[in-house]
Design a protein around this ligand. Structure first.
Ligand SMILES: Nc1ncnc2c1ncn2[C@@H]1O[C@H](COP(=O)(O)OP(=O)(O)OP(=O)(O)O)[C@@H](O)[C@H]1O
Ligand SMILES: [Mg+2]
Length: 603
């Protein structure tokens, strides 16, 4: 069992957690150690800060001895002057150390965030099939947020505290090793408490982050489907679902914080204990004449200076555990390898002419659940291939494997004699234009959306494509024409208008191979005819695959493949298939009857 799937509390989980936490933190720190020089400078300033801090109690000790009669008033003035110089050095060093470290932290976070987002972009579609988008958003926002706090706050405090502890310990050892030992009895007590707290609260923090991811996933999905929620009057059950998940997060978070926060009072008790020990033993030593009163005063000051960084480390502990939990989830995504990867010797796909061969192709999304069985067909350059069949038959899947979103399990797919699994994926996809079943547009201007297909397309080319796709009139009817901003991916357009824009976008890309998956399903038949003429221009000399439920759309195809339950059950031209009076014929007749009854009102 991994630490990430572990339930809080068990022995195994705790072992795994501390091991994975160390590894995760070490990996997280590599993002900071890239800036070695500035990090080194910042540590130097921290040492300066700590030395200045250690000098203050020593000066107080000296002043005590002077007041106790071991010096003149001039000595007191000199001590005061040193005190002021030291306080200035303390301020300057502390400020510079913090400034340098926060610069490094921001740069490290920028690198991590960019790496994460870029890596997510490189992953195969199968990764997104199993990873809810809301959870991914949580990785990119929540988890990087806790890492941000760790970098910009936690690391700074911990580094400064550790430096101070080391420097002050050295100063104390020089002054009096016996009293130093006493101080460290309390320090070890605190360390024991902190490791126990980490063992208990660590898994709870892991669970809190996981719960937060789930909560985000839920919120993202429900808000995206708010229309459906309102339509089915499910607002109350949605709120209840959210509240339940939110309560779980609050509960696990509260539990984790409760345990982690016990460290602060524990630290206070231990530092008081340390003070009492020093007073009793040190006081006895002063009375015996073994040490001066000033030495004890300096020691009391130093030991309280050491308590505050120790408490600081304790209070940062919750943050560190939380950051480690967030980081381990971020790294899990960074370690995810694309399932569909280019071969080391992958070649660039030459300019596609359009000879597409599927040879005995079998495919399943999930092992054991075959979706396509023994698919074989041959499309010649310039052919228009129609694909039809019932819902869930596997039509979109054929397109998904032709564009290599997924790798097939057996058989082969070649374009112009080149196996598509032997070429660089990008070089293949850049030559294929797809209009997908769900028209997706980005929140940007119409023009930007059209240019998404080819960044160097000119305004004129985009406008020409819009005209060809029959989208020009409605675009010009928008308040700012081609510069109209599409809210939330085009929610200010009708579904059919969005589809026309995605067709125009495909036209802008100047493809060598064209795929239309229900591209005109959302427009009326009159508009479809209008688009068809534009599409015909686009299809000139290019192999095209057109999926359509509305069979009139593919009536003129050179070849129609009829798919049923993942198999090609029939193939041929519309006339061949009608003459055969098989599956296609019954599909066509039922659609024709449906249309007729819609017009006449008879079944
Ligand atoms: N990402 C996926 N993961 C697992 N199974 C999938 C995935 N996408 C599709 N399927 C399954 O594969 C089968 C074929 O789906 P496909 O999308 O190819 O159907 P289709 O013929 O395009 O249907 P429609 O006409 O409704 O678009 C279905 O049984 C579906 O459940
Ligand atoms: Mg489909």
């Amino acid at each position: 069992m991994t630490a990430l799937t572990a339930k809080p509390g068990s022995e195994d989980d705790t072992e795994n957690l501390s091991c994975s936490m160390n590894q995760t933190l070490r990996r997280l720190l590599t993002y900071l150690t890239r800036y070695r020089f500035r990090l080194f400078l910042s540590v130097l300033f921290m040492i300066g800060f700590s030395v200045a801090m250690g000098i203050l109690p020593a000066l107080m000790g000296l002043a005590t001895d002077v007041i106790a009669g071991k010096g003149s008033p001039d000595d007191l003035t000199r001590i005061l002057l040193f005190f002021m110089i030291d306080a200035t050095a303390l301020w300057v060093c502390g400020h510079l150390a913090q400034h340098l470290l926060s610069l490094i932290s921001q740069e490290a976070l920028f690198t991590l965030r960019t790496e994460l987002f870029t890596h997510i972009q490189s992953l195969s579609l199968s990764f997104f099939d199993r990873q809810p988008i809301g959870e991914l958003m949580s990785r990119v926002s929540n988890d990087t947020d806790v890492i941000d706090q760790f970098f910009s706050n936690g690391i700074q405090q911990v580094l400064q505290s550790v430096t101070t502890i080391i420097v002050l310990t050295l100063v104390m050892l020089i002054i009096n090793p016996v009293l130093t030992l006493l101080v460290y009895l309390a320090v070890f007590g605190m360390l024991a408490i902190s490791s126990t707290i980490a063992r208990i609260s660590g898994p709870a923090f892991e669970h809190m982050q996981e719960g937060l991811g789930e909560l985000n996933g839920f919120a993202e999905e429900r808000l995206a489907g708010q229309k459906v929620t309102i339509a089915y009057n499910q607002q109350e059950s949605t709120s209840k679902g959210f509240t339940k998940l939110s309560q779980q997060v609050a509960w696990t978070g509260g539990r984790a914080q409760f345990v982690a926060l016990t460290s602060m009072p524990a630290a206070t008790i231990m530092s008081n204990l340390q003070m009492i020990l020093l007073l009793v033993v040190g006081g006895a030593m002063v009375m015996e004449g073994d040490i001066q009163l000033g030495e004890l005063v300096a020691f009391l000051g130093l030991s309280s200076c050491i308590s505050s960084p120790l408490s600081q480390i304790f209070s940062e502990y919750a943050l560190i555990i939380n950051a480690s939990a967030g980081a381990s989830r971020v790294f899990r995504i960074l370690d995810e390898q694309p399932v569909v990867a280019d071969l080391p010797d992958a070649v660039t796909m030459p300019a596609i002419k359009g000879d597409v061969i599927f040879d005995a192709v079998d495919f399943s999304y999930v092992p054991g659940r075959t979706v396509l069985k023994n698919n074989t067909f041959h499309a010649l350059p310039g052919n228009i291939f129609g694909l039809c069949g019932p819902t869930g038959a596997g039509k979109s899947t054929i397109i998904n494997i032709l564009t290599r979103y997924y790798d097939i399990q057996s058989g082969s797919i070649t374009i112009d004699g080149v196996r598509i699994d032997e070429v660089v994926q990008d070089s293949l996809r850049i030559q294929i234009a797809q209009v997908l079943q769900e028209p997706f547009l980005f929140s940007s201007t119409v023009l930007d959306n059209l240019r998404y297909a080819r960044s160097d397309a000119t305004d004129e080319e985009c406008i020409a494509a819009a005209k060809q796709a029959g989208a020009y009139e409605f675009i010009m009817a928008q308040p700012h024409g081609f510069e109209t901003y599409l809210n939330d991916g085009g929610s200010n357009l009708s579904q059919g208008q969005r589809q026309m824009l995605t067709i125009a976008r495909a036209m802008v890309s100047e493809p060598h191979l064209l795929i239309l998956d229900e591209a005109t399903s959302n427009v009326d038949t009159r508009t479809e005819k209008l688009i068809q003429s534009g599409l015909l221009n686009l299809q000139q000399g290019k192999t095209s695959f057109i999926i359509a439920h509305r069979l009139s759309t593919i009536r003129h195809a050179d070849c129609i493949l009829v798919i049923n339950q993942g198999e090609i059950v029939e193939r041929g031209t519309h006339d061949d298939l009608m003459a055969a009076k098989g599956f296609y014929y019954s599909l066509y007749v039922s659609q024709f009857r449906g249309k007729l009854s819609a017009i006449t009102g008879f079944v």
